[in-house]
Design a protein around this ligand. Structure first.
Ligand code: NAD
Length: 470
């Protein structure tokens, strides 16, 4: 057992409540830690509020230096964080190493960002400028699929813009985020970054508290709705990155054998527990059987096991509640389609399920219309592009989508018709710090990453000077 602390007002502290962390590959409690109670949430908010007046005046270069130090320290401990991430989250070690790398890349991207003053008018009559000021206390609330990376890409723009910050990981994967406490304590003035965890039961304090100016949330659509409703009483700023049910449309001109690996990888990465995983695949009838066959071969070759073991390509589902939920989608798939590969959970211990391809299934059932958030891909046959586009758009979600074709112009025309925040062509799930990311419809509100994402952590302040004196 290692020791993990929260960070409140510059102090590494224990929580007032116990919390057991289960390794999803073994179902054993592998860390016994503590989490915050209401009073410690209040302390963290109070500390962030007290630190804000000073931090917002700290010059930009100083804030940049702090973020670069954070990225350097995290990178130095890549292996420690990666191993911990695999133990708490389940993903194969190589993917955990990649998550640490992405976290550093996001922090470094924001460390070199600018918030320049924009001049709208400057002549003999007036000078009008738009300044970007920080909001105050920002809370970052993150889910269990990429806790370290999502925590990092909220922390970095928030503090760079001059806000003070409270980071709250989920109860089933808090360890890597808590480990950041030790690094942040050495770098940031007290109260600028606070890290607290709960038992998935106190997040509402952040979304209702009058001293929190913004909640940057990534998680499920139902919780996003609760946060939006709770935030209304104080008109908090919100970024909501929510659920998705991304459709991919495959045109008949592709070679199924060549395209299958890319589709498979983007559907099953992290066992499908990715908001922007490909979750519904619409395939033209001419190549349907061949593509299902190729995808099934890949699923059959997957090596499922403990992510710390060499050669494993898919780890367990992250937690028991999600494991049970995914099995409900599997039952629905069996009822409404034909399992072409996978379809079984492995004997325990561990929340393991083989990557599953479902064929001869169509819209109107749970496994197609909802977000399983697990290793299960329904493959749906279509006849015409218009029909595929209509079915892809017929969803409350609108996070991502993709079009796959050797005719790039045709793919581009189809891509423009999809109702989502990002549409990829001949790829899916490609993202990074330099490209804005957000969801349409019930997949979210606001944008993260890039300059657009940074601006969401700021308040517009116009200074309008008449060049006259009295
Ligand atoms: P979740 O919504 O259950 O929990 C996310 C976080 O919200 C956790 O930290 C939880 O403790 C906290 N929370 C719960 N109730 C709260 C409340 N009332 N107020 C404030 N915080 C509260 O999500 P999850 O199960 O951890 O993650 C899976 C979901 O996240 C999926 O739907 C997935 O698509 C989505 N997700 C979206 C994105 C994106 O960028 N759009 C990225 C990753 C995951």
């Amino acid at each position: 057992m290692q020791s993990f602390s929260m960070l409140i007002n510059g102090d590494l502290v224990q929580g007032n409540r116990p919390l057991d962390i289960i390794n999803p590959a073994t179902e054993e409690v592998f860390q016994r830690i503590t989490c915050a109670d209401e009073s410690q949430f209040e302390q963290a908010i109070g500390a962030a509020k007290a630190a804000f007046p000073q931090w917002q005046t700290v010059d930009m270069q100083n804030r940049r230096d702090s973020l670069n130090k954070l990225a350097d320290a995290l990178e130095e401990q890549t292996n420690v964080f990666a191993e911990l991430l695999t133990q708490e989250q389940g993903k194969p070690l190589a993917e955990s190493i990649a998550e640490v790398g992405f976290s550093c890349a996001f922090i470094r991207y924001f460390a070199q960002s600018e918030l320049p003053i924009e001049t709208y008018q400057d002549d003999e009559t007036a000078k009008i400028e738009l300044h970007r000021k920080p909001l105050g206390v920002v809370a970052g609330v993150v889910p269990w699929n990429f806790p370290l990376m999502i925590g990092s890409f909220k922390l970095a723009p928030a503090v760079l813009a001059g806000n003070t910050f409270i980071l709250k990981p989920p109860a089933t994967t808090p360890l890597c985020v808590l480990k950041l406490s030790e690094i942040c304590q050495q770098i940031f003035p007290k109260g600028v970054v606070n890290i607290i965890t709960d038992n998935n039961d106190l997040g509402h304090i952040l979304s209702t508290h009058p001293d929190v100016a913004k909640v940057a949330f990534t998680g499920s659509t139902p919780v996003g709705k609760k946060i939006m409703s709770a935030a209304a009483t104080t008109l908090k700023r919100l970024t909501l990155e929510l659920g998705g049910n991304d459709a991919g449309i495959v045109l008949p001109d592709v070679d199924p054998k060549k395209i299958a690996p890319a589709i498979f990888a983007t559907a099953f990465m992290n066992c499908g527990q990715v908001c922007i995983a490909l979750k519904r695949l619409y395939v033209h009838e001419d190549i349907y059987d061949d593509l299902v066959h190729e995808l099934s071969e890949l699923a059959n070759n997957a090596i499922v096991g403990n992510g710390l073991h060499e050669g494993v390509t898919f780890g367990p589902i992250q937690n028991k509640a999600q494991f049970i939920k995914v099995q409900e989608y599997l039952a629905d798939a069996k009822e409404n389609g034909v399992i072409s590969a996978g379809g079984e959970v492995l004997d325990g211990p561990g929340f393991f399920m083989r990557p599953t391809i479902v064929r001869d299934v169509t819209d109107g059932c749970k496994v197609v219309d909802e977000e399983p958030f697990g290793p299960i891909l329904p493959v749906i046959k279509y006849k015409t592009i218009d029909e595929a586009v209509e079915r892809a758009n017929n969803s409350v979600f609108g996070l991502g989508g993709s079009v796959w074709s050797n005719d790039l112009d045709k793919a581009y025309d189809v891509a423009k018709r999809l109702e989502c925040g990002t549409t990829w062509i001949n790829q899916h799930l490609a993202f990074g710090p330099t490209v804005p990311f957000g969801g349409a419809k019930e997949s979210g509100i606001g944008v993260e990453f890039a300059q657009e994402g940074l601006l969401e952590y700021t308040q517009v302040h116009v200074i309008n000077m008449a060049k006259q004196t009295f």
